[in-house]
Every structure is written in C-alpha cells, then in structure tokens.
Design a protein around this ligand. Structure first.
Ligand code: PA5
Length: 472
C-alpha cells in the first residue's frame, strides 16, 4: 500500500491555511476584513462554483482532470525509464508555463547538493546567450536527452534553443541519434514542433488542448521531468486529487481555494491591497512562489472584462524568501504603504534537523540559541514576523505545509489553480488567455523579420522614429 492510500497519513499531510491575521479584530479596522464582509461573498462563491463545475464538465477547464489520467501516467513512466536508462542529463527547453512548474518541483523535491548517479535535470528557461551557451558547453552532448516543451510549438525562445541543439547533435555526427535524443511535449495536433516531431520521428507526449501552459504542471510538462528526477508522480497526483476533494464544496469557508481567493479579491477591491507577497520560509518552496507569480500575473492581469469593458484589474504577485528577505524586504512590508497582503508558507517538519550547539554558554546574546535547532529558528522567525506585521496593521495569511513531499506539492499546485480560476470569475475576466503577452510576441516576430509581419515591422520603425529620444 502506498502511504497516500492510508487515510490517517493523508490527513496528517493536509495543508492548513490560517486567516486570523487578515481579520479586523487582529489587524485593525483600516486594513482588516470583517468576517461578515467575507461571508457576503458566500452566495457569489456558490454561483461561481456552479459555473466552474459546468465548464469543467464541458471540458473547458482541462487542468481539473490532470490528476485523473492514468494512461498518460503510465506512458510518462515508460518514457522516463528510457531517459534514466540511456542518458546522464536531461535538458528541458521551455519557457513560462512550460518550465516554471518543473523548476518549482525540482527546487522542492530534489536534494540541491546531491551528486547521485541518476539523470541530472536542467531547465533552460531563458535565451540568455551566456547562460544557455555555458549550459551547452558544460554537458556531454552524447549523454544528453533534450526535452522540448511548447504547447503552441512556435514560441521563439524555445524553438530557437531547439534549433541550436538540433544542429549541435548533427554537428557531433549524431544525425541518426536525433530521434533518440530529442523528445517533444506539445499540442496533439497543432504547431511546428508537432510537425517536426512527426517528420523526424521523435517520442512525443501531449498537452491536452484544454490545458493552458501555466495550468499544465500536472500534465507531462511537469510530470515527465519529475519522473526522470525519481520523484513519485503518483503521490503528487494523489495530493492534487486530495485537494480537489477539499475544493469540492460550494461553501466559501469549506473550500480552501475559495476562502483564499475571496480574501485576495476583497483585499484588493475593498482595501487597495493589490500586492500579493508570497513568502515561503523554506528555500524548497521558493520555486512554488515563482510558479505562482506567473499563474496569478498572466491569469488575472487583464484589461477587458468578460463583457468587453476596460477594467484593468489584477493583483501584483511578488516573491520573497524567509528568513533571507527579513533582512531586505521586511522593513518595507512593516512600515511602507498599506498596499500589500503577505502570504507565508511554513514547513512544520523539514527533511533534516540541524541542531544549534551551545558553543558560547557565557555570552547571553548567543546562548539562547544553543540547544535549539535551525528548524526552531526558521519557524520562530516566521511566527514572530506574522505577529509583528499584524500588530502594525499588515494583513497576512499563513499556509502550513506539514512537510515538503510530492503529496503536499500536488496539493499546493491544485489549490492555487482552482483559486486562480475562482478569482478570475470574481473579477469577471478570462483567466485562461494572455492577450498582452501575444502583442509583445508579435513585435518580436516583426523585429526578427518573420514572414507575414512586415507591416508591423514598418509600424514599429515609424513609431520609434516619431518618439522623442531620451537616452543618456
Ligand atoms: O501560460 C502560458 O500560456 C504561457 O506562459 C506559456 O506557457 C508560455 O508563453 C510558453 O508557451 P508555449 O508552451 O506555447 O511555448
């Protein structure tokens, strides 16, 4: 029996969210929310629940079904086994939603300093020439598998990296090995990557069409690299299913994603707290904060409402690391503008315990630390900061993660995805598109000379030549 099949274990791994420090009694009238203000959203939450269930049943919100695709998991495991058996390195080529989930998982579940013999996974999520060039120089091409991930199969960054690698494999005299060394994850039908993969006979896995990039972490996009890292993907999916069951209630306080989303929405619209700071007291969860930044920013930052009006909405997500950023950002959170709501993540039991020895018993400024552990210290600092912020009228939420494991990471992914589509419905915007990003992509095509974008290139040239120049 897997540990997640045991109800008692599952219950003990349930993440908890403490909202006490957003409530008016604890942070004061100016910045806090009253319970009745939150309750007033209850009816709306029930309506949205019905709407989301309807869209889920219609297959429009594909991310909800990702934890339930057993045949896909089997295929992922087989491909992962082949990669682990044949290659020393796996280099993931992808960006945005095609990379951030894997980075978050790697960050959380891989030992950062391990030098084990298993296949090493690298995620090349930028086209910085120094970074990408150095990565390619550092690996032995013959021992490396390249996993190209692009839902659209056309993204300039990923496809450029892909072409660089494709040529490298050819130049190493390994043309025959292209179909063995390249694997693609993309749309089942559309896009250049699908076309090339078919022509050149790559192993391919698919991203379901109804799953957008930033909602795809529990598809092959995040699961294949995880399986290569040796992470238990069944447990991660079990964690997501567990959260799905916790989010099945239409009642705001019974559904953690709706409670969280309601607080963020009300903080923004009633209290002008539109900066969401995500502050894990754990290096392992810092990648989750980064993944979440994209999920929130790209999903909720929108100009148009669903009825076509200009609304210009969306909270600004920020990531911060405890305790490190107590010595960098905390002063601002404590005494700066009242425009933030801070969400802490704390880990109840870390995978390691580091005791602090009582090396200098005669020095009072240090001996209080002796006999405790770094585990005690990091969690004491989180608690102390939450209390101090509340006392200063700064609302904050604490998400307690019993331990960092695939089950709790799966819960976090699913929680935030449901929260995001729920908040999208509260703002009355489409959380699944990204028209603002598309515009900059088109400008890049024009500047880089892509066929069909000649007009846009001329427009850019004219716009730039007409603009006043203030370069110093
Ligand atoms: O969430 C999204 O849709 C985006 O962030 C995409 O993941 C990102 O732009 C990369 O796109 P693609 O996977 O098509 O290469």
């Amino acid at each position: 029996m897997k540990r997640w099949e045991d109800d008692a274990w599952e219950k003990s791994m349930s993440i908890k969210i403490d909202f006490s420090n957003v409530i008016v009694e604890n942070v004061g009238e100016n910045t806090g929310l009253s319970v009745s203000e939150i309750n007033d959203l209850g009816e709306k939450a029930s309506q949205i629940h019905e709407q989301l269930n309807y869209e889920r049943e219609k297959g429009k919100l594909g991310f909800y079904e990702l934890p339930y695709r057993e045949s896909s998991v089997k295929e992922i495991r087989e491909v992962a086994e082949r990669i682990r058996g044949e290659f020393k390195n796996l280099v993931v080529l992808g960006i945005g939603g095609s990379a951030l989930g894997t980075i978050a998982i790697k960050n959380a579940l891989e030992n950062p300093f391990s030098d084990s013999n298993t296949t090493k996974v690298f995620v090349a999520d930028n086209v910085d020439p120094h970074y990408f060039g150095s990565l390619l120089e550092s690996i032995n091409i013959e021992e490396t598998c390249f996993l190209v991930i692009s839902k659209s199969g056309t993204t300039a960054e990923t496809m450029s990296q892909f072409m660089v690698v494709h040529e490298m494999i050819k130049n190493a005299g390994r043309e025959n090995s292209i179909s063995r060394q390249l694997i693609a994850i993309t749309d089942p039908e559309k896009g250049c990557l699908r076309e090339i993969a078919l022509q050149e006979n790559y192993t391919t896995l698919t991203i379901p069409p109804s799953v957008g990039g930033r909602f795809s972490v529990l598809s092959p996009v995040g699961l294949l690299p995880s399986a290569v890292m040796g992470i238990d993907i069944d447990e991660m999916l079990a964690g997501a299913r567990f959260m799905d069951s916790r989010c099945s209630s239409h009642q705001l306080w019974q559904n953690p994603a709706y409670t969280l989303g309601s607080v963020y929405y009300l903080a923004d619209t009633m209290k002008r707290q539109n900066i969401l700071v995500f502050m894990p007291y754990s290096n392992g969860l810092y990648g989750i904060a980064d993944w979440l930044r994209q999920l929130i920013a790209e999903s909720l930052g929108k100009r148009k409402s669903l009825d076509g009006k200009d609304v210009f909405v969306g909270p600004t997500p920020v990531k911060s690391l405890g305790t490190t950023d107590q010595h960098s950002q905390l002063q601002l959170y404590m005494e700066g503008p009242f425009n933030k709501i801070i969400t802490f993540f704390r880990v109840e039991t870390f995978s390691k315990k580091v005791p602090i020895p009582n090396e200098f018993p005669d020095i009072d400024a240090l001996n209080y630390l002796g006999g405790k552990s770094l585990n005690d210290l990091i969690n004491a600092e989180q608690k102390a900061t939450a209390i101090a912020l509340a006392k200063n009228g700064r609302p904050n939420i604490t998400i307690s993660v019993p331990e960092i494991n695939p089950f709790t990471i799966g819960q976090l992914f699913f929680l935030f995805e449901v929260m995001t589509v729920y908040v999208g419905a509260l703002y009355n915007i489409n959380p699944l598109d990204q028209p603002g990003v598309e515009e900059s992509k088109k400008n890049t095509y024009a500047i880089m000379g892509r066929k069909g974008y000649e007009e846009r290139a001329k427009e850019i040239k004219n716009e730039l030549s007409g603009n006043p120049n203030f370069v110093v």
